[in-house]
Ligand binder design. Sequence first.
Ligand SMILES: Cc1cc2nc3c(=O)[nH]c(=O)nc-3n(C[C@H](O)[C@H](O)[C@H](O)COP(=O)(O)O)c2cc1C
Length: 224
Amino acid sequence: MQINKRSNWFRTSILASALMLGSTTFAQQVTNLPKPDLTAQSTTMIEALATRHSVREYASTPLSKQELSNLCWAACGMSRDDNHRTAPTAMNRQEIRLFVFDKEGVYEYDAKGNRLVQKATGDKRELLAGNGGGGFKQDFVMQAPVSLLMVIDFDIFGSEGEKAMQMGCVDAGNVSENINLYCQAVGLVTVPRATHDTAALRKLLNLSDKQLPILNNPVGKPKE
Ligand SMILES: Cc1cc2nc3c(=O)[nH]c(=O)nc-3n(C[C@H](O)[C@H](O)[C@H](O)COP(=O)(O)O)c2cc1C
C-alpha cells in the first residue's frame, strides 16, 4: 500500500511508527475523515428530542465517509476549541474512547486528528451482538452498517473506584445520547445498547481492566 495516497473521500496512510505489541510489530492503518459537515440538513433539536426512539432494524446501505465523519463528530468530536468535545465529561477528562465497527474492521476515532485508526481487521460486529458464551444475543446488530462502541478509559480519567465508575458511565451516556439525537435529527436510526461481549472486546482491542467497554450504538439508515 502507498503512503499518503489521496482518494475522493479520504486518505489512507500507514503510521510511520509501528506499535510494538509483545514481540509482534503491528503497523496501524489510518483513515483521514472528511471535515465534519456542520451544515448537514437536520431537524431542529426540539423535533429530535420529541421524536427520538430506538430502532432495531436497518437498511444494509453503508454510510458514506462524510456521514461517518459527521456521526463521530456528533458523538464526541472536537467542538468549540481544541480542548472541548461535543459531549461533556466530568472535569473535562475526555475519557470516553470511541470505536467504530463495520464489515471490514474496527477503528478508533481520533477526535483531534479527525481520523480513524484501525485496530482490527474483519467483521467483529458479532462481539457487540451478544454477551458472549452463548448468552443473550441480538442479531439485528449485524444488519447495521456501523456500530459505535464507547469505552471508559480509567487511565485517561486519572482514577478508579466508585466515583470514577459513576462519572465514566454518565460520560459514556452523554456520548450515546449525542449519537441518539444526531441520528434522529439527520434521518439515521440507532439504539443505545449495553449488550456486548466485554471480555472478547478487551482482547480484540488490546484493552486492560482499566478500560471498560460500556455502551454501543448500531447505526444505519432506516429499512424501507
Ligand atoms: C443504558 C441502556 C442500555 C440499553 N441496552 C439495550 C440493549 O442491550 N439492547 C436493546 O435492544 N436495547 C437496549 N436499550 C434501549 C432501551 O431498551 C430503550 O431505550 C428503551 O426501551 C426506551 O425506548 P426508546 O429508546 O425508543 O425511547 C438500552 C438503553 C439504555 C439507555
